[in-house]
Design a protein around this ligand. Sequence first.
Ligand code: AMP
Length: 399
Amino acid sequence: MHLNKISIEDLPLREKRVIIRADFNVPLDESGHITDDTRIRGTLPTINYAVDEGARVILCSHLGRPNGKVDPRLSLAPVARRLQRLLGKEVLFAEDCIGAQAEMLVNRMKVGDVLLLENLRFHLGEEQNDDQFAKALASLADVYVNDAFGAAHRNHASVAGITKYLPTAGAGFLMRKEIEYLEGAVANPMRPFVAILGGAKVSGKIGVIENLGKKVDKVIIGGGMAFTYLKAMGLEVGNSLVEDGMLKFVKEIYEHAISRGVKFYLPVDCVAATTPNPGAETKIVTAQEIPKGWYGLDIGPASVKLFTEALGNAKTILWNGPMGAFENDAYSRGTMAVAHAVADAYALTIVGGADTALAVHRAGVSESMSFISTGGGAALELLEGKALPGIAALPTKPT
Ligand code: AMP
């Protein structure tokens, strides 16, 4: 599967000022330390390539939601320090992403130098996709590379507006990989193609369920959302998470899938608890025998067997959403078991969503997956079949 967008390898980089929009929106603890640098590491291939090709590399990103105001707690300075260590070279830092200081630092840059600009969202113009802000940012560079897949669903200046002023533009390696897997594999999958969907609610994933439902051979539903399906089938689900407003929708989805020959798998048992709180009394019950007042918080062992069996002949697996309230060890076994089943499948395996990526990591099987997406909201929107502003803004390859 090939991306029809211009990518970094198609662009002139030597001696150019190349601005790379990265997704350095990393989690920080109270004292401002980076607790997970996966996103920074994700962009290293693009940064290293630009350095090796002799570019002057200008990096920019947002961090958190400062809403157009300078907030020292959301400074990208810690990211500059981490990058310095990961790249093994000096990373310059501009305390404002536009303006005189940034311009001066850029003007002094030598070939192969790396400069990180301060948080883009310290300016209101970023989220407003303001023309003047986009122009000011663009004026720092000759070439634009977007590697911030996690922000590709945002119609923001550094993601969308900037290409108006910097038309020499393309996708970075991470962006390219995300699109190739999430769009490519879904558009043209090796079959059987199985989607595993979980997480708390049906309502958060309506678009994904609808779009994928048209493309897959099998659907496996777990997590909180499964109880809305079970209730729609007429089962008693106790106090489990149910969205009554979604009952009609899930019934239609189910019937539509069945009428097209899609195999539809729901949990046949669950781990039920007297309360959703840690330390509650739990028991394994069949989906038909959830006691009134109990909470279904994980899929049970029979469901794990069933789902594992259903994955056995899969050639493409897309997984989004945990099978239970996996943050609590008592309800994590279903998710861990499915992580192993996906990892063991002789298939192209794509994992999306921050929770699912974390679960896969905890199960110790990250290395066995073909691809783990770094973009939560962006990945969901791409799986919904939507056009993302950050991808739409990149020029298409001439045919
Ligand atoms: P989402 O963000 O929609 O992918 O949902 C992820 C969240 O769903 C996780 O925090 C899980 O704890 C939660 N979750 C999964 N299964 C259940 C369940 N059976 N009951 C309540 N919450 C659940």
